[in-house]
Design a protein around this ligand. Structure first.
Ligand code: NDP
Length: 253
């Protein structure tokens, strides 16, 4: 089997994981954060958990990228920059901002997260710097321009929503939950997940690649059901929870 065939198989595996994850998470909420519960084995601090889980998205992605035949060309380097603009923050900065009282994370989740991120880092990095072929005019292509616009919008929504939750915890008592309000929280309970989905859909469009589409699909399969679980949780916990607010997609879902 050639490396390209293996790469394609691993990309299909990622799509298969998305198709398994979606129904699974509709039945079982991943046991971290507000859905933490006993029975999922030993746990570690959530700051460390995030760094360990997300580490391959930077530490594996960069060397795989650099080994590619097109690694020094401007278009792959722009893709790399876009990817790292999200993942350097998620791996090294976001965990530092998590507030005391954030629940611990099961090691099982960390192992699964790190394994998935390794697979995802390999298939995406290898495509953008090696197997993918991009013409010189790609940066003016509507797919690149539209995808980049989506990525930037998703990034802004995700960061803003994460910041709101962190500020709520900072101003409130450690470990307490509050109703987030304002900006995108006027419309949905989980704009952080909505932003994440828009970002990776944008990345898939701007690279026009199967590995990036696989990741966008996996992200939706992962955070979509969690948004619905979180929305239900908010409604059960807070009598005064805004009735018009949806779970994930404004006015729809
Ligand atoms: P959560 O919203 O569950 O939690 C984020 C932080 O905010 C935690 O510290 C949490 O505390 C705290 N928090 C949450 N809600 C409240 C509230 N109402 N009041 C006070 N504090 C609150 O987000 P996740 O941990 O699931 O995700 C974090 C980021 O990672 C998001 O941007 C998400 O999009 C991204 N992500 C991406 C995935 C992907 O597949 N690409 C998968 C999962 C996450 P506590 O932990 O104690 O609940």
């Amino acid at each position: 089997m050639t490396e390209q065939q293996l790469h394609h198989l691993l990309t299909l595996l990622e799509i298969a994981l998305a198709l398994i994850t979606l129904p699974l998470l509709c039945v079982i909420a991943a046991p971290y954060g507000r859905h933490s519960r006993p029975g999922w084995g030993p746990t570690i601090g959530t700051r460390l958990a995030w760094v360990l889980m997300e580490f391959p998205t930077v530490a594996l992605l960069i060397p795989v990228f650099l080994l590619g035949n097109h690694a020094s060309e401007p278009i792959p380097l722009i893709f790399l920059f876009i990817w790292l603009s999200h993942y350097v923050h998620r791996t090294f900065i976001f965990p530092l901002h998590l507030q005391p009282g954030t629940k611990e994370t099961p090691i099982l989740i960390v192992l699964f997260g790190a394994a998935f991120n390794s697979l995802n880092a390999y298939v995406n990095a290898r495509f953008i710097s090696h197997f993918g072929v991009y013409e010189a005019g790609w940066l003016a292509d509507p797919r690149f321009v539209g995808g980049l616009a989506l990525f930037v919008i998703g990034y802004a929504i995700n960061r803003d929503a994460d910041r709101t939750l962190i500020t709520l915890r900072k101003d409130g008592r450690p470990g307490r939950y509050h109703i987030p309000r304002g900006r995108m929280y006027r419309y949905v309970s989980c704009p952080n997940y909505l932003g994440e989905m828009i970002e990776w859909t944008g990345f898939a469009v701007l690279t026009w690649s199967l590995p990036a589409f696989a990741f966008a699909l996996y992200t939706a399969a992962n955070v979509g059901p969690r948004a619905i679980s979180n929305h239900r949780w908010y409604r059960e916990k807070f009598d005064e929870y805004p009735k018009e607010r949806r779970a994930l997609i404004p006015f729809l879902l």
